[in-house]
Structures are given as structure tokens and as C-alpha cells.
Design a protein around this ligand. Structure first.
Ligand code: NI
Ligand code: MN
Length: 227
């Protein structure tokens, strides 16, 4: 069995397996690069990495439209429940939960996490998804940190890494991250959405080829890869 990963731009990723559809950080409304409309998103699970508006995005609307389970830390979960989200699954850094479609583990991220109205959003995070025998690390918003080596110890097949700089790692630190994690393939995310995070992904690809042994996978918003 195979599963599909579709990058909908920014940090928003859609996984489609035979058992479930899972979306991460569904920032679509107000996102100039969004490759889907939030009204058309039909998912079973929504993962939220941290409280910032470009990650919480359309979570409330999609959860209400679809009845999806939202997976987030307790602080974000509580805030979403106040907004009317009914199905919640807590996850906290270092913890993992088994789902009918696989497993997800919440990982450390070095960033911040206030919610759109200024509420406390707990700690920011990333995720490792275990789907159909593959391990996908979604770093979400983070700077480079040395413990990415521990994430690499899990044996990562695909790493989704921010390269936009300003709010997260830029290209050069993402190269260091790739060498810490040593995934089979790396996909750049969280760039070009706003002027402040414009990047040249070709430069990123060239540096991955020059300085790492990892395969760079450059995809456009809306493109899918089989995992
Ligand atoms: Ni952020
Ligand atoms: Mn962000």
C-alpha cells in the first residue's frame, strides 16, 4: 500500500492513505500560494504545530465542516474547543499516539507559539509521521537545533524543512539540518509565501546536492509525491 503527500504551500501538507486523510497546519485562506480552498478540504485529522495564524489557519472551519479530529498540544486544543472544535486529541513534545492510519510523534521546535488572539499557545512543535512503513519528519517552524540528530536516529525517509529564513531556518541552516537528520529525501517548505521569506529554491537544491548525500525534492504548491 502506498500513501500520497501533497504540499499545499507554506507548512500545509496533506497525507492521503487508504485509511485516512490528514492535513498539517492548514493555512489556506489568506495564503497567496494556497493550492486548495479550505471549503474543499475533506480530512479525518488536522495536526496543528503551533499557535501562529499561518499554521492554525483554517483549522476551526475545516474541523467544523468535516468533523475531523484536531491533534495539538493541550493549550492550542483548549483554545480550539472554545472556538467550537469538538474532536480533540492531545499530543505533547516527546509523546506519540497510535492512530488507525499509523502513528504520530510530537517533536521539539525552537520558535514561539502565541495564538491569533494573543492567548498562550504552549510550546511550538514539529511532528514525525509513521505512515505505511515510512517516517516523515515535518519540522514546521523552527530554527536549527542540535537535537535534530536525535530525530535522525528514528530513521527518517522524508524531511520537510523550512527554508524561508526570517521566522525559521534559512537555506544554509537547512543544509546543516539535513546533515543532522540524514533523511533519504528532503523537501523545502515555508518559503515564498510572503516577501520576507522569499527564497531561491534552486540555490537550496544545488547546496543539498553539493554539501549532503540526501536527495532534494523540489515540488510546487499542489504537487504530490508517493511516500
Ligand atoms: Ni510560526
Ligand atoms: Mn510560520
Amino acid at each position: 500500500m502506498t500513501a500520497k503527500l501533497t504540499w499545499l504551500s507554506h507548512a500545509c501538507v496533506l497525507f492521503e492513505t487508504e485509511k485516512a486523510k490528514i492535513i498539517v497546519d492548514p493555512f489556506l485562506t489568506g495564503n497567496p500560494l494556497a493550492a486548495a480552498n479550505s471549503k474543499d478540504i475533506k480530512v479525518d485529522y488536522i495536526f496543528v504545530s503551533h499557535g501562529h495564524a499561518d499554521h492554525v489557519g483554517d483549522t476551526v472551519e475545516i474541523a467544523k465542516n468535516t468533523g475531523a479530529v484536531v491533534v495539538a498540544n493541550p493549550e492550542i486544543s483548549g483554545w480550539l474547543q472554545i472556538q467550537g472544535v469538538e474532536k480533540i486529541q492531545h499530543l505533547q513534545i516527546g509523546g506519540a499516539v497510535e492512530f488507525p492510519w499509523g502513528k504520530a510523534k510530537m517533536t521539539y521546535a525552537t520558535h514561539s507559539s502565541s495564538l491569533p488572539d494573543g492567548s498562550y499557545g504552549g510550546n511550538p512543535s514539529g511532528f514525525i509521521f509513521y505512515i505505511e512503513g515510512k517516517r516523515i519528519y515535518h519540522a514546521c517552524d523552527t530554527g536549527l537545533f542540535n537535537d535534530m540528530k536525535l530525530i535522525g536516529d528514528e530513521g527518517i525517509d522524508i524531511a520537510l524543512l523550512p527554508i524561508g529564513d526570517a521566522y525559521t531556518m534559512g537555506i544554509d541552516d537547512s543544509i546543516k539540518a539535513i546533515n543532522f537528520i540524514e533523511p533519504k529525501k528532503a523537501v523545502p517548505i515555508h518559503y515564498d509565501t510572503f516577501d520576507l521569506i522569499k527564497q531561491d529554491p534552486i540555490t537550496w537544491k544545488e547546496k543539498v546536492l553539493k554539501y549532503t548525500d540526501v536527495e532534494p525534492l523540489l515540488i510546487k504548491p499542489g504537487d504530490s509525491i508517493i511516500i
